[in-house]
Structures are given as C-alpha cells and as structure tokens.
Design a protein around this ligand. Structure first.
Ligand code: FAD
Length: 332
C-alpha cells in the first residue's frame, strides 16, 4: 500500500428526505479543521436520488469538492447499493481520512465498507485531531467503561476511517454562496444486482420530541424507584414540552426503551436544559450529557457524583420535588 497515493479528508454526507443530516454538517466542520491542518482538500461523498443540488449546501458548510452518486437506485438507504458506491469512490480517489456519522446509516455503511477494504474502522469517536509530525488521524473515544479516553491510530492501512458521534463536533457558520467542485460519479448497478428490496417505509409515530433533537430533556434514573415513579418524568417532560431521557439501568430494568438512553452506550445529547432526576452521575452517563447548556440535578444523596457535573443541584426526594416542579411550571 503506497501511502503517497492517499489524499484528502473525506466525509460521507448523509442525507434523508432531501435534507443533509445535522451530523454530516458537523463532520464537514470537523473535516475542514483536519484538512486545514493537513493542508489538504475537504471532500464529501453524497449518495442518493436527486441529491446533486445538496452539494451546494455542503460547499457552504466547508466542502471543497463533492462526489455525487445520484440515481433512483439510491432512493432508500440499502447497505449493498451505498457500499458499492462508496467502495468504488474509495478505490478510485483514495482518501487519506474518511469520516461517517455514527448514525444507524453511517455505522452500517462504515462497517460494511471496512469489511471490504484492507483497513480498520474506529467506531463512535468523540474527538478528532491529526498528529503534527506524522499527519496520522488521532481518533479518540471513551473506553474501558468510559473511565479513559482511548486514542486510536491506523498506522498501516489507508484510508483511516472513523464514525463520529452526532452532536459532539461543531458545524461551521454557513457561508452562503461559497462554491466548490461537483464531480458526478456512477457505477454499473441495477435492481437485479441487489438482494434487498424496500417494500414499505413505516415511520415511528410519537408525539414526543426525540432526545437527540430536543431543546429540553428530562432524564430519570433508578432513584425514581420503579415504573410508577418514572411516570413523573413523563409528566414533567409533558409539562415542559421536553423529551424523556433515561440512565442505562432504567432502560435495562425495562422502564423505557433503549432509544431514550443517554450516555456512552446510548445517545449523546446537547439540549439547552437537561434535568437529571434520581441519576447518580456515573461517568458513562455524564459523557452523554455533559455538554448540555444547563444541567439541573435532583438527587437525595448530597454526595452523589451528579452534583459535580451540574449547574444547579436540588438535594431531596425526587418523588416529592418533581410533583412540585410540575405544579410550579403549570402555574407559571
Ligand atoms: P444508580 O446508580 O442506582 O443511581 C440512583 C441514584 O438515585 C442514586 O444517586 C441515589 O442517591 C438517587 N436516589 C435514590 N432514591 C432517590 C429519590 N427518592 N430521589 C432522588 N434521588 C434518589 N449508564 C448510563 O446512564 N448510560 C450509558 O450509556 C451507560 N453505558 C455504560 C457502559 C458500560 C460499559 C458500563 C460498564 C456502564 C454503563 N452505564 C451507563 C451504567 C452506569 O455505570 C451506571 O450504572 C448507571 O448510569 C446508573 O444508573 P442510575 O444513575 O439510574 O442508577
């Protein structure tokens, strides 16, 4: 493998329903920083149906060049179609660094691509940098139960690939009218070549905001005592128009589904306001919410670690305090 052949920082530009995913804009911001440090170009790979127009948005968020695979066959995400396009692109253009969002699509695509390339994949990273003298990608992520940050280097293979958690990188300020180069690409692929067919799309129906998009999250932990106590979390969230979050222990106890779990093995969130109710504040939980704008903790134990990570702390019984908050907010 001749490393000299591999150039540039590349980002998979995830798109859904004609809109670029937030995480792709965040990756363009992170990628721009890495590309500037490496004194190289930032490129995007856009795969979808009628997506060429989205390249302009990518330029305005930092891309110099966008490689576009625009074909009805990519209308819905399927591992096989997207993987083939991405593999063709990697083999043709040889990116030095290739980043994907750690979304269900990004994780699926990155791991599929990694299995077909002679390289590895650092999953779920939360920090990215490049080493000054070697130019190697430094991809960091929590390890050993969140107790340490591990920095993973891919010394022997190219491209250096990583998935990056949503909400941990910052998108650049949009520069309207910023221009770049569009390269239209295609590969010979037909429906007959593909084993999977999309028969129907069933959208999740929920009145509640998703935790990765909400401005306010009310999160509950084991301190609520059981599913009945956890209902208070739903009620407070309802009152505030907030999303419901949870600690892993609550999810494992079956009080609420996994997609509400905040933390290292759940979702990373950055709402404007985060309520941590009856949550002890284990490091694995903290890493998923520590960048929230305002953190308010309620815990009956004044020595609970959560009080080290919050802006405001209330020491007391959540089963008494939460009803008072609901009443107070309703009256306000
Ligand atoms: P507990 O630790 O049992 O804490 C309950 C808290 O409630 C205590 O502080 C107690 O003082 C307080 N309390 C009790 N009664 C009341 C009351 N009436 N009113 C107010 N407060 C009360 N955890 C996550 O959350 N997210 C993750 O993604 C995650 N990933 C993990 C990954 C690994 C590899 C490992 C090893 C662990 C992970 N964990 C994760 C688990 C984590 O270590 C903790 O076990 C978990 O966060 C604890 O959940 P909890 O705070 O709800 O429960």
């Amino acid at each position: 493998m001749n490393f000299e052949d591999y150039r540039g920082v590349w980002v998979f530009i995830e798109e859904k329903d004609g809109i670029i995913a937030e995480v792709a804009l965040e990756l363009l911001g992170a990628g721009r920083r890495l590309a500037d440090k490496r004194k190289t170009q930032l490129s995007g790979v856009l795969i979808g149906d009628q997506v060429t127009g989205l390249a302009q948005t990518a330029f305005e968020y930092g891309a110099d060049c966008v490689y576009v695979y625009d074909d009805p066959i990519y209308r819905f995400y399927r591992t096989e179609t997207y993987m083939r396009a991405m593999l063709a692109c990697v083999e043709k253009y040889k990116p030095e660094i290739l980043l994907y969002g750690a979304t269900s699509t990004g994780k699926d695509l990155a791991s599929a691509v990694a299995t077909d390339l002679p390289t590895g994949l650092t999953a779920d990273t939360t920090q990215l940098d490049v080493e000054e003298d070697t130019g190697l990608l430094l991809a960091s992520r929590p390890a050993f139960g969140g107790n340490i940050m591990a920095t993973i280097l891919c010394k022997k293979y190219r491209p250096q690939m990583a998935t990056v958690r949503p909400k941990v990188m910052k998108a650049l300020q949009r520069v309207p009218g910023r221009i770049g180069e569009i390269v239209e690409e295609s590969i010979p692929i037909t429906e007959e070549d593909i084993r999977t067919k999309v028969l129907e799309i069933v959208r999740a129906t929920t009145q509640r905001a998703r935790i990765d998009e909400a401005d306010i999250i009310v999160s509950g932990g084991k301190g609520l005592g059981g599913p009945a106590g956890f209902q208070l979390i739903h009620q407070l969230a309802e009152t505030l128009g907030a999303a419901v979050g949870a600690s892993r222990d609550v999810v494992e106890a079956g009080w609420i589904g996994h997609h509400h779990q905040v933390g290292q093995t759940g979702v990373t969130v950055t709402p404007k306001i985060y309520f941590a109710v009856g949550i002890s504040g284990a490091i694995q939980h903290i890493v998923g919410m520590q960048n929230s704008g305002l953190i308010i903790a309620i815990n009956k134990d004044p020595a609970a670690p959560i009080f080290q990570s919050c802006h405001y702390g209330i020491v007391g019984d959540a089963l008494e305090i939460v009803p008072m908050l609901i009443e107070g907010f309703k009256a306000a």
